[in-house]
Design a protein around this ligand. Structure first.
Ligand SMILES: N[C@@H](CCC(=O)N[C@@H](CS)C(=O)NCC(=O)O)C(=O)O
Length: 225
């Protein structure tokens, strides 16, 4: 029996945050159950018991422990299975800088990036037009966020300091989405941010997962024809 079940969806940035953490930790002993969000499978009675808002990702363990919220799941898994993706507890300054980086990602990046992903990516699948004014506002926030990140990354290799941590992983799915929506320049036009992105994407576990997802997506598209 696998150690736990991860309920998620293909193409879900929040699910991918957890999958990237598991990939970086080299952990494969879990079952991945994929819901079709467009069919509303996440709102099933069973999933509402796991997640009070009827969302994904969620993890459940055979003994009953259940956890939702992608970043909480990533932190829990990294602690439980000792993935080298968090500062050690005894280094309280590094831990504080990690907490700071995590808060910055959620506060200044995830919200506008999520808006762009929703308007430009999700709505396309729903057959709805994007709200261009919302996209333009969100893009302004992202540009000014990365102006700050550019200055920080001139002195640090990674978002929480000198080491690659979960704080870097948290950005990856939504940045991939920005690239997919044609906004990759936000990253590539800034030297230190672009170099950080390359360092993240050149990691073997991440490259492997991205390649496997590309293949799975191509197979799914071919099956639709
Ligand atoms: N803050 C949550 C967000 C979870 C979330 O919004 N998940 C999306 C998929 S990426 C979802 O379940 N959407 C379907 C719905 O809201 O019904 C997290 O980090 O896990």
């Amino acid at each position: 029996m696998p150690a736990f079940t991860l309920y998620g969806a293909r193409g879900s940035t929040n699910t991918d945050r957890v999958r990237l953490t598991l990939a970086e930790g080299g952990f494969t002993d879990y079952e991945l159950v994929l819901f079709n969000l467009y069919k509303g499978e996440q709102k099933s009675e069973e999933n509402m018991k796991r997640h009070p808002w009827g969302k994904i990702p969620v993890i459940t363990f055979p003994e009953g422990f259940t956890l939702y919220e992608s970043r909480a799941i990533c932190t829990y898994l990294a602690r439980k299975y000792s993935f080298p993706l968090l500062p050690t507890d005894s280094d309280i300054e590094a831990t504080a800088l990690f907490d700071q980086a995590q808060s910055v990602e959620m506060q200044y990046f995830a919200d506008p990036a999520g808006k762009i992903a929703f308007e430009k990516f999700v709505k396309k699948f729903m057959g709805l037009p994007p709200n261009e004014a919302a996209v333009s506002d969100a893009l302004k926030s992202i540009e000014s966020y990365f102006d700050v990140a550019e200055r920080q990354l001139q002195h640090n290799d990674y978002m929480a300091g000198k080491d690659f941590t979960l704080a870097d992983i948290y950005y990856i799915p939504l940045i991939q989405r920005l690239f997919a929506c044609g906004y990759g320049d936000v990253i590539l036009s800034r030297k230190a941010v672009g170099a950080w992105w390359d360092r993240c994407m050149n990691r073997p576990a991440i490259q492997k997962m991205v390649a496997a997802d590309k293949e799975a997506m191509a197979a799914a598209m071919a099956a639709r024809k």
